[in-house]
Design a protein. Structure first.
Lengths: 171, 171
């Protein structure tokens, strides 16, 4: 945990006042950090034996192909509105103020198992929404994995799958 | 080329009328496709011997970490407005109607060489803008690599670096 954490930089009041932003940029830019990050994701995800790794737009994309390719799996994109062509399923989720929405292309995922990856688990809204989108296509979502979890927001308690966080902050 | 192309799906009139959208989703979702995609990216990029792989928000993120980790390099994010914390450099680029903008975190990239990756090269606006952002930090941009190039839009002619496209369409 500590090995990865030393490459995270914190920015007070971003993107808005009162938010302490945890930035993964230095971790990605450091070859040893990126290699270790992949190894830890793979270690967490491999036991779930998934068929697909789904990444949440946009920073989840940094990890879904990385892990999927290593494990010889396919990668799925869960995207913000207006980005995916074809027949979609869309779903709203609540933010502190207002709502956001995510979408996924229709695809037969019956009998397929999926692990969802993202950079950050905060309130858990986008992870929960992604899980429900995948389930509506027949998938069994067997786990989630994030680089950073903000424990004080209790995001993982809202999602009934095991979630691995490589780094966690108490607040 | 053909090996990868068979996993690309085309959608007429997306995101707007008259545009033929080339979708990489089936390629990413196919383990053999994703593996082959990585191998071809690595083959194209390794001879440039870069220090970093920069990915353009959002679909470039699918490839920058994948290639960087394989080559034991760092990955850099070039992002849409409002997404990156810290001191930034921002730059506008022109679209057919209006302008877009991209940003990068300030970082000393003197004597560092970078390859830029993205899913698509169309008019080349975002690739050219990304190159200029990296150069403003002192980097030498030694190449670009994309999954798909739309040749009829002449994007690569606007950018004075070698650009490898894994798949190209005449129109």
């Amino acid at each position: 945990m500590e090995d990865l954490q030393k490459w995270i930089k914190s920015y007070p009041d971003f993107p808005s006042k009162g938010i302490l932003f945890r930035d993964i940029s230095p971790l990605l830019a450091e070859p040893k950090g990126l290699r270790l990050l992949k190894e830890k994701f793979v270690e967490a995800i491999k036991p779930h034996a998934p068929d697909y790794i789904a990444g949440i737009d946009a920073r989840g994309f940094l990890f879904c192909t990385l892990v999927a390719e290593h494990l010889e799996l396919g990668a799925l994109m869960i995207r913000k509105p207006g980005k995916l062509p074809g027949e979609l399923i869309e779903k709203n989720y609540e933010l502190e103020y207002g709502t956001n929405s995510l979408s996924i292309q229709k695809k037969d995922l019956n009998d397929k198992s999926v692990v969802i990856v993202d950079d950050l688990l905060a309130t858990g809204g986008s992870m929960k929404c992604s899980k429900e989108l995948l389930e509506s296509l027949g998938a069994k979502v067997v786990g989630g994995a994030v680089v950073i979890e903000l424990k004080s927001l209790n995001g993982s308690s809202k999602i009934d799958i095991p979630i691995t966080s490589l780094i966690s902050y108490a607040d």
